[in-house]
Design a protein around this ligand. Structure first.
Ligand SMILES: [Zn+2]
Length: 298
């Protein structure tokens, strides 16, 4: 085993040590993991903050590498999806020992801090209401927000500020890797379906997850990060629905890491080095809204 891969192996073991008690883990443990990663890899990893959250915490992450292309991985928009947190942390640990040449990669394991601590999907806003963070972004066909939550406003500002080119958001579970548009319309093509499909294929080489358009593979939803980032800024944004459960065991998580950490890397390596230029939504919004309401309980 080469020294590089030995280090990678040790890094992944360190990630798993933090995951030893999945049900008890809190955001403080995630922050400890990130700080430890920076301490262990001072040459490649730095701490960052994305911005404030309604929990009162700053949303923390790490930045790995120093290339001119800036890409982003975000876990845990939905607080109960702790499998996505673990995959994000393992991805950061793998990049720490083997950064992507030419790239600076930001990894934010938890966006929804109060939801993560309580293991619930929604996030508590400043007025005490529970909001779905992945319905809280502006979008071409409306939204539950926009930005009832500080976390989503912080992330929106962050992708502009750091000039993010491609991003992966991590959820559980389907299993699938999907791309825009995910809005409630039948008109869901972008001019870049071939590029998105190719990136999703790279992402799923090992996992063999389903790939496709978000609305068609999952369900239509307005106000999602993925559509927002593409629509507003032309960010190549893919959503990973990881694994087969919202309550994966450690063994399940190890398998999610084994197949998706290489997939995330491959997707970012293959992503265009510039944002998409034709990112407006030119379709009509109406039609699938009725279908969505019919299917509201699914
Ligand atoms: Zn989710």
């Amino acid at each position: 085993m080469s020294p590089k891969y030995l280090l990678l192996f040790v890094g992944l073991l360190a990630g798993q040590a933090y995951a030893s008690d999945l049900t008890q883990k809190q955001y403080a443990d995630v922050k400890n993991f990130l700080h430890e990663l920076v301490r262990a890899h001072p040459d490649t990893v730095r701490s960052i903050t994305v911005g404030p959250s309604d929990s009162g915490d700053m949303i923390e992450g790490v930045v790995i590498g120093n290339g001119s292309v800036h890409n982003l991985v975000v876990g845990t928009h939905h607080g109960n999806e702790y499998g996505s947190t673990e995959v994000a942390m393992a991805f950061a640990a793998s990049l720490a020992v083997n950064p992507i040449v030419g790239q600076t990669v930001y990894v934010v394991p938890v966006l929804n801090i109060s939801g993560y601590n309580a293991r619930q999907r929604e996030e508590r806003d400043a007025t005490g209401h529970y909001r779905d963070p992945n319905r809280d972004y502006p979008g071409p066909c409306g939204t539950e927000g926009p930005h009832h939550l500080k976390s989503t406003a912080s992330l929106a500002k962050f992708i502009d500020q750091e000039n993010i080119t491609a991003s992966a958001t991590l959820h559980t579970f389907y299993p699938a890797v999907v791309y825009p548009w995910g809005i409630s319309t039948y008109d869901v093509s972008t001019p870049y379906d071939n590029i998105f499909r190719s990136l999703a294929n790279y992402a799923t080489e090992m996992s063999k997850y389903t790939v496709g358009n978000s609305t068609e593979v999952l369900y239509p939803a307005d106000g999602c990060y993925e559509d927002y980032a593409f629509w507003k800024s032309g960010v190549w944004s893919l959503l990973f629905e990881l694994g087969y459960s919202h309550s994966p065991s450690q063994t399940d998580i190890n398998e999610m890491i084994r197949t998706n950490v290489p997939g995330l890397r491959k997707m970012l390596e293959q992503a265009p080095h510039e944002r998409a230029s034709s990112h407006e939504f030119t379709g009509r919004c109406e039609t699938r809204r009725l279908v969505r309401l019919d299917k509201h309980d699914e």
